[in-house]
Design a protein around this ligand. Structure first.
Ligand SMILES: [Fe+2]
Ligand SMILES: [Fe+2]
Length: 271
């Protein structure tokens, strides 16, 4: 089992930032704003399902996984807190967080599902965050021109997502989750997560007044569908999840480790 440090990022989120904080680029800002809006409810769900999974394990397994779960929960709780501040800033600018309402409705609709499926949904979403994180750390130009504190916020979150990418997956396996359900839930999460993020991105662009600008969709095409863009460049990583012997530990985490080593001055270790 791995134990993760819980880090406090040394940035100030009290002073305001503009809606187009990402280099003035409307699409890149709207997309990241949509992702941030999804995090507090999503990360609460991840913490709750993994913690509930831990309680369900036989004692020996529970003792074995407890330190890793503690680190996972500590990291996600810190992310949730800081993205809530980020989202408060967006709310003050008049952005409407619909993705959170949708996530909470969906959580309510699935609250009586088998716990293993809730952990499978967490593992599936964590696969998305892990491949997105590695991609973003490999492509710092996606945050080109961003306010330094916000670039730091996104890269720190990505580094930790990559670091704890195995926890929910290992919990699903420890609970005896079946392969077929892992895949079925992953397809469902792909459909709902991408759909929700796209919908919120469009909503953000509409609020920003840039939905119908040519430059917005040129940036979208480049960010998502360039050779190593967010969608096209990650197709192989996404589809790897379907392999029967898939395990997130096989994914490269060198970017994450390098970032955490190079930025020790930007965070303090809480525990
Ligand atoms: Fe997170
Ligand atoms: Fe995570």
């Amino acid at each position: 089992m791995t134990e993760f440090a819980v880090r406090r990022l040394l940035i100030d989120l009290d002073s305001p930032f503009p809606g187009r904080w990402n280099g003035g680029d409307a699409f890149r800002s709207a997309l990241f704003n949509a992702l941030s809006m999804s995090f507090p409810a999503g990360e609460q769900f991840f913490m709750d399902s993994v913690r509930a999974g831990l309680q369900r394990l036989p004692e020996a397994e529970r003792l074995r996984m407890a330190p890793e779960v503690r680190g996972f929960v500590g990291q996600e709780a810190t992310h949730r807190r800081i993205h809530a501040l980020f989202n408060d800033n967006l709310a003050r600018l008049g952005y409407d967080n619909d993705i959170e309402r949708r996530a909470l409705r969906r959580r309510e609709a699935h609250k009586d599902d088998d716990l293993r499926n809730q952990v499978a949904a967490t593992a599936a979403t964590e696969h998305f965050t892990a491949i997105f994180s590695d991609w973003l750390l490999r492509h710092p130009e996606v945050l080109e021109g961003a306010e330094p504190r916000l670039r730091l916020l996104w890269q720190w979150h990505c580094a930790e997502e990559s670091e704890h990418r195995c926890t929910a997956f290992d919990m699903y396996q420890a609970l005896g989750g079946k392969q077929a359900w892992r895949i079925r839930v992953f397809k469902y999460i792909t459909y709902t997560f991408l759909g929700d993020v796209l919908r919120q991105t469009v909503r953000n662009l509409h609020h920003d007044g840039s939905l119908w600008r040519w430059s917005t969709w040129r940036s979208a095409a480049h960010t998502l569908f360039a050779r190593d863009g967010m969608i096209r460049g990650n197709y192989g990583q996404w589809s790897a999840y379907f392999a029967p012997d898939f395990h997130p530990a096989h994914q490269d985490d060198s970017q994450s480790r390098a970032w955490l080593q190079d930025h020790t001055a930007d965070y303090s270790v809480v525990r």
